[in-house]
Design a protein around this ligand. Structure first.
Ligand SMILES: Nc1ncnc2c1ncn2[C@@H]1O[C@H](COP(=O)(O)OP(=O)(O)OP(=O)(O)O)[C@@H](O)[C@H]1O
Length: 295
């Protein structure tokens, strides 16, 4: 795998507000990176530095061994950022055909329209598209240059379930072709599913960089769920328990010591049904990590 992005000690501030603080980052071909963090954590700012839209205050950053924003780097990057498509008064086909002329080895508009299932609205004006359709066209636009690196900022917002599934399948195809993809999303179940590596941005730093499996191992919490007629308060003080939530007789216990909590539940076993034990999801870990930082 070849290194595509290399950042060392990268810092950036808007005036006195420091957003990124000495970040180190390496991204290689074929990697799908999930970039996560709370609102305002600096995800879009980092993408803007990688695109060369903004310049770091200090540190080193290369993208395809180039300064970000160089002509070569631009050719090799496709991006799908947030915000409205600025171009009006053209159809989907016209837009993609025009965009293709900007690049030396683009994909054809017709191929993308077929592959991404845009045929039904390919002859419509952009202004006549729904939000989800427009998002799918934006994805096609990100791919038209046949880029080696993709930045996708909240890509699936507004897409229906079928479009989302097709989108993630396409991402796997791109990965298999050796492309690298950086995705930001607040919908963490999809990041958990697709990302080879997760970067959690918090207070200007990466609070975590690694696989979801590593994050789960490091974060030893488990969730024990069961049905019972007993009140939730019965379980508040059991060994290892960090949180008890429950509704309609379904109780959910978070535990930082699975064995101790299971042992403590033994006296109640006859009154518990449908017991399941799971490691925490990325969403649950995210909430605890970000809450912990503020405590
Ligand atoms: N042009 C700007 N001028 C001043 N401050 C800005 C500017 N753009 C962003 N910020 C601030 O920088 C911080 C990081 O913003 P950024 O948009 O990178 O966050 P984000 O992680 O992408 O957030 P979200 O998840 O809400 O999209 C925020 O506190 C934001 O208010």
């Amino acid at each position: 795998m070849t290194t595509i992005i290399q950042a060392k000690q990268l810092s950036f501030s808007y005036g006195k507000h420091q957003v990124l603080d000495k970040l180190d980052l390496t991204i290689k071909t074929g990697e799908i990176i999930g970039l996560i963090g709370e609102n305002g954590a600096g995800k879009t700012t980092l993408l803007n530095l990688l695109l060369g839209v903004r310049t770091a205050d200090s540190g080193e950053l290369t993208v395809f061994d180039q300064t970000p924003g160089s002509a070569l780097a631009k050719q090799k990057i496709g991006s799908m950022l947030q915000g409205d498509m600025a171009i009006r008064g053209v159809t989907v086909t016209e837009l993609l055909t025009m965009a293709a002329t900007n690049y030396p080895a683009p994909l054809s508009a017709a191929t993308l329209i077929t592959t991404l299932d845009l045929t039904a609205f390919a002859q419509q004006q952009l202004t006549a598209l729904s939000g989800g359709q427009l998002r799918r066209v934006t994805f096609a636009l990100a791919l038209i240059s046949n880029p080696d690196l993709l930045f996708l900022d909240e890509p699936t917002v507004g897409m229906d379930t079928n479009a989302q599934q097709a989108f993630w399948q396409r991402i796997q195809v791109l990965k298999a072709q050796g492309k690298a993809v950086i995705i930001t999303s607040h919908y963490l179940p999809e990041i958990e599913q697709v990302a080879d590596r997760i970067l959690l941005l918090q207070d200007g730093r990466f609070a975590f960089q690694g696989t979801f499996a590593t994050l789960q191992q490091r974060y030893q919490q488990v969730v024990i769920t069961f049905q019972t007629a007993l009140p939730g308060s019965t379980f508040d003080h059991l060994a290892g328990v960090t949180a008890v939530t429950g509704r309609h007789q379904t109780i959910k216990i978070s535990s930082e010591d699975r064995d101790a909590t299971l042992q403590a539940l033994v006296p109640y076993l006859a009154q518990l049904q449908q017991v399941t034990i799971n490691r925490e999801s990325l969403s649950e870990i995210f909430v605890q990590l970000t809450k912990g930082a503020k405590a």
